[in-house]
Design a protein. Structure first.
Length: 238
């Protein structure tokens, strides 16, 4: 049997926000070193789940373990890179200054700000103000800020939203190269055509895991080829 270690595990996770019960007895296993797509309609609980994993969300009950430790622990802070849904970079700083700002929060950095910009192919833009970046460059700068401190786990909430297909592809190539370095990526999207860029998928609906598997497994299970149809078919199974 192959030994799989998990980057993230959730057991019977329940989360309420305000008076709404958002996540219901959610169980989840995310192996290390994979790109896990988190798909689901708007309001299904993707951001809430990500916030819970990062340790920013009060949970009602259940357990979350991240890299073998209970979520929200102090030791995990430097192991997780989190990019929020409306990813923010500082418009009034240059690219390199944005990275330097985040790097200043760490005592030690494996990589220099210049190396991090290189990794997302923004070396040429290092001294350009973030306010003047194109949409794709801005998305890559936001990704770069999560790479500061060389975290093992990247939680990226709709990192490709608003980008054209070419730029999305470019960003997905970057995600792949990060996974090849052994990092685990949890990437949310509600664009179904991004599903095939993921090693595995979690389909979330109304705060429950509708299905988890590789794109091929989910196709076989449903007999559908288009990911939209796979999703609709899985809803029908419920
Ligand atoms: N503070 C709050 N009080 C009450 N309900 C909330 C609160 N914050 C979020 N919600 C609700 O929780 C549900 C899940 O929200 P969440 O942001 O996790 O969804 P999502 O899957 O990320 O959606 P999207 O694809 O639109 O980003 C939504 O119905 C939302 O309205
Ligand atoms: Mg969201």
């Amino acid at each position: 049997m192959r030994f799989v270690s998990f980057a993230i595990q959730c057991r019977r996770l329940n989360v309420k926000r305000g008076s709404n019960h958002i996540l219901h007895d959610l169980d989840l296993d995310i192996p290390q070193g994979v790109i896990m797509g988190l798909l689901g309609p708007s309001g299904s609980g993707k951001t809430t789940l990500m916030r819970s994993i990062v340790g920013l969300q009060r949970i009602e009950s259940g357990e979350i373990s991240v890299l073998g430790r209970p979520a929200a622990g102090k030791a995990l802070r430097h192991e997780i890179g989190y990019s929020t849904q409306s990813a923010s970079v500082y418009s009034d700083l240059t690219c390199i200054q944005n990275i330097e700002f985040f790097a200043a929060l760490y005592q030690k950095n494996e990589k220099s700000p210049a190396q991090i910009l290189e990794e997302v192919d923004l070396s040429r833009n290092a001294h350009q103000m973030a306010s003047s970046l194109s949409g794709g460059e801005r998305a890559r700068l936001a990704l770069a800020t999560t790479l500061v401190g060389s975290p093992q786990l990247l939680i990226l909430d709709e990192p490709t939203v608003g980008l054209d297909p070419v730029l999305r592809l470019q960003l997905w190539r970057l995600f792949n190269s990060l996974a090849e370095q052994g990092k685990t990526l949890l990437v949310s999207s509600h664009v179904m055509d991004e599903a095939d860029s993921c090693h595995q998928l979690i389909l979330l609906r109304n705060g429950e895991v509708l299905a988890q598997g590789t794109p091929a497994e989910l196709r076989t299970r449903t007999g559908e080829s288009r990911m939209d149809d796979v999703f609709i078919s899985l809803i029908g199974e419920q």
